[in-house]
Design a protein around this ligand. Structure first.
Ligand SMILES: *Cc1c(COP(=O)(O)O)cnc(C)c1O
Length: 469
């Protein structure tokens, strides 16, 4: 109780020199500073009542000191750090879902920044000076790249699946193989999305085998759609059977039922031609005659979050006209990022310019070079770390190509004064947080996902951390 009385009033804390110094920086308001003060004082009361930190709160001077240090810390946290912070991804997982999936190409970043800064022709026909359509912004590029008749872009691929089901199969039956009733990270289940869209799920075949006759037998007057879901995030191996897409195209068109494939990642770049995985390209799937195909903008494509649907004009028109298209529409930043990304594909520069494509294609020798630079620089400038270079594997991530191992080199780091978890924590707490893997009691760095510029930051972090231990 004695100590509680030592806490000054908010009024007198507001008169404190430190409070006014922070206020004069003009980056935060008096209201916000005062709110923090009240919160700090309240927390302090609780701590005093619970007899915590008693050694800190012995005199009024100490109490004020503590409050002002805490206030400055909050101020700095607020001014210098955002909740959404840029980080360095040293895990080697290219499409890291928790770290925002794909990073954009420079071309895309520039286009997004320019679009954000001013007004833009989002729904404006510049030739006619009249209202235009946001759908037309990237449709032409998508048609050219994929060979499809038409295209529409929505918020993400989950939204694309929902829109297609709702617009083409509401209150109708949708035929899906049991082997494709998948759950994708973040609790997106095909069966649930089906229920939400009021489409009736008709499961056919078994987990490992589905035949063309299973599809044919399930077709009724009520069938609205045949759905194929690309197994992007898992693999069924062993005694399996799946129906050739060509045969399914034939069956669906004979019965005048649209065939829709949720391709998941969906790539415009032929990774399998580079001996990486077996993902069919969107172009290949279009060529086979599938009526509608949807895929993500921020997985293998390497663009902003989006759900891209390409296919036959008659079906895309129905999607565009559906009320949900308005609900699920994308904003100008997404369209800007997507436009620049698609243009890069049109000029065949994706392998060099789109980070996701580039990083997946990176050879282990290129990663080795970066690892060598790191080891050399750290060893030259600071002691205490033990650095070991090892062969390892990187993952594509994002639930994409789960069975593909990308050969890489990994630097294992240990420090004689620090546990691996403590080192990982200090790296996360760095000015630009550095995210690493911790495995076998060691911090592991995979430089596949670290640019040369970021590499310098990582080196600086290790040198400074090492010197301050
Ligand atoms: C990732 C994925 C989705 C969801 O895509 P988002 O763009 O994350 O909404 C849907 N279907 C499949 C098969 C996927 O792999």
């Amino acid at each position: 109780m004695e100590r509680l009385r030592l806490i000054p009033s908010i009024d007198s804390l507001q008169a404190d020199e430190s409070f006014n110094e922070l206020l004069q920086k003009e980056t935060v308001s008096r209201e916000l500073l005062t709110k923090w003060l009240k919160n700090i004082v309240e927390t302090m009361r609780q701590q005093i009542l619970q007899n915590q930190l008693t050694e800190l709160f012995a005199s009024e001077e100490e109490i004020v000191n503590y409050i002002m240090i805490e206030l400055t810390r909050r101020y700095e946290q607020f001014v210098e750090r955002n909740e959404l912070q840029p980080v360095i991804n040293a895990t080697g997982v290219v499409i890291h879902t928790n770290l925002g999936r794909s990073r954009l190409s420079e071309r895309a970043i520039e286009h997004v920044a320019k679009t954000a800064r001013g007004y833009a022709t989002l729904e404006y026909d510049i030739e006619l000076g009249t209202r235009g359509s946001r759908h037309s912004i990237v449709e032409e590029y998508l048609k050219q790249i994929t060979g499809a008749e038409a295209a529409i872009v929505v918020n993400n691929n989950a939204a694309a699946v929902y829109l297609v089901l709702k617009a083409l199969a509401e209150d109708k039956e949708v035929i899906v193989s049991r082997g494709e009733l998948v759950e994708i990270g973040g609790s997106f289940r095909i069966s649930e999305i089906m229920r939400l869209s009021d489409a009736k799920l008709v499961e056919i075949g078994t987990t490992n085998k589905t035949k063309l006759s299973d599809y044919a037998n399930a077709i009724t007057e009520e069938t609205g759609l045949i759905l194929k879901v690309y197994k992007s995030n898992f693999a069924i191996i062993g005694f399996t059977e799946e129906v050739d897409t060509e045969k399914l195209v034939h069956l669906s068109s004979e019965n005048n039922i649209p065939l829709y494939e949720d391709l998941g990642s969906g790539t415009l770049f032929d990774f399998k031609a580079k001996k990486i995985g077996s993902e069919p390209t969107v172009q290949e799937q279009v060529k086979k005659g599938i009526d509608l195909i949807s895929f993500s903008g921020d997985k293998l494509l390497g663009g902003p979050q989006a759900g891209i649907i390409v296919g036959k004009k008659q079906y895309i028109e129905r999607l565009k006209k559906h009320q949900l298209a308005r609900v699920l529409r994308v904003d100008k930043f997404t369209l800007a990022g997507l436009e620049a990304t698609l243009k890069t594909y049109l000029v065949n520069k994706e392998a060099a310019e789109i980070p996701t494509v580039r990083d997946i294609l990176l050879t282990e020798n290129e990663v080795y070079e970066r690892a060598q630079v790191f080891i050399h620089e750290v060893e030259t400038h600071v002691g205490g770390f033990s650095l070991t270079l090892k062969e390892g594997v990187s993952k594509v991530g994002g639930g994409t190509m789960p069975v593909v191992d990308l050969p890489t080199y990994i630097v294992e780091v240990a420090h004689n004064l620090l546990s691996s978890n403590d080192l990982a924590e200090k790296l996360r707490d760095w000015r630009i947080p550095i995210i690493v893997r911790v495995k076998n009691e060691a911090v592991q760095l995979d430089f596949r996902t670290v640019t040369d510029e970021e590499l310098q930051t990582v080196i600086e972090a290790f040198v400074e951390l090492g010197k301050n231990l």
